[in-house]
Design a protein around this ligand. Structure first.
Ligand SMILES: [Mg+2]
Length: 308
């Protein structure tokens, strides 16, 4: 571990360094509470553990720990365990240090084996925390990603859209939303089975993502339905982009085993205005999609206001 020690007494500092290096750790030293806080705030990611003397000039160990803990949440990536060192065996000192956010309390003079044991416990704590954070990140990714296509799922797409609508409203920017629906997808599933359908959905997503304009965001919002958010885009350019995406899918067949599957999509397109809420916006794109289906499919239709 990379351990930052804050200790004002040079002899104690030397001894501590000696013990820690003997245990195989890397040591960084500062000599008062003020230095500890400023070093940690600027180098938090370089430190795995803090060992902090209770009584130091400029800023006490408790004050320093207080400031450091106020700066981070417990799930902050830069959170580190803290051990307080003190000559005092007073219960009150132990209590106020732990209350301030320290994780353990060690009485001087330092006993090598006790220090080794405490470090072992802190390492374990840190490992568990790392695992928990990795698991949380994984769960977060799972809850926002469509398992089949790896696109954002409906929830993530809508959250994204909400953010883009807020930005567009605030800065007066254009924003459009489109809904893509694969034409006669049921036939693909009926003919080639769900495995064939899945292959098509995956390849379709891959094509869209690999050819998408910077800033455009696709999401899988239903079985064979995909949402597209087009920030900074007026209706005219959104129509050009959607046409290009539509042709990208229809110009080349989809391959599954020895089969070659021709596919088209219908697309409904709708423009965001500050009076539109999210539900209306997606509904508008859905209505345009409905019109596209009725117009014979394999086309992009812009929502006609009077038809709404
Ligand atoms: Mg001291």
């Amino acid at each position: 571990m990379r351990i930052l020690i804050a200790e004002d007494a040079p002899s104690d500092r030397m001894l501590l360094r000696f013990h820690l290096e003997k245990l195989g750790h890397q040591v960084i030293e500062v000599s008062d509470g003020e230095q500890l806080v400023s070093f940690f705030f600027s180098h938090a990611e370089e430190v795995d553990l803090l060992v902090v003397d209770l009584n130091m000039p400029h800023k006490s160990g408790v004050q320093a720990v207080n400031e450091i803990r106020a700066f981070q949440g417990s799930y902050d990536a830069n959170w580190v365990p803290i051990i307080i060192l003190s000559g005092s065996e007073s219960d009150d000192d132990v209590l106020r240090c732990i209350e301030a956010g320290a994780d353990d309390y060690l009485v001087k003079p330092i006993q090598h084996k006790v220090l080794a044991a405490k470090l072992m416990a802190m390492t374990r704590l840190d490992e568990m925390r790392q695992k928990l954070m990795a698991m949380n990140a994984r769960l977060e990714a799972l809850s926002t990603t469509d398992y089949l296509t790896n696109l954002p799922n409906r929830r993530a797409f809508e959250k994204n859209l909400q953010d883009e609508m807020a930005k567009a409203g605030r800065y007066g920017q254009s924003l459009c939303v489109a809904v893509f629906d694969i034409d006669h997808f049921k036939q693909v599933n009926d003919t080639y089975g769900h495995e064939g359908g899945d292959v098509v959905l995956k390849e379709l997503s891959r094509r869209l993502v690999s050819e998408k304009r910077a800033g455009d965001q696709f999401g899988r919002i239903g079985g064979e339905e995909f949402g597209l958010c087009l920030p900074h885009t007026d209706l005219e350019n959104a129509l050009i982009a959607c046409e290009r995406y539509r042709q990208l899918l229809s110009k080349k067949p989809f391959l599954y085993d020895e089969y070659s599957i021709d596919l088209t999509v219908s697309v409904g397109l709708c423009r965001f205005t500050t009076e539109t809420d999210q539900l209306e916006l997606i509904k508008g794109a859905d209505q345009a999609l409905y019109q596209a289906k009725h117009a014979g499919r394999d086309c992009v239709v812009v929502l006609k206001k009077d038809a709404a």
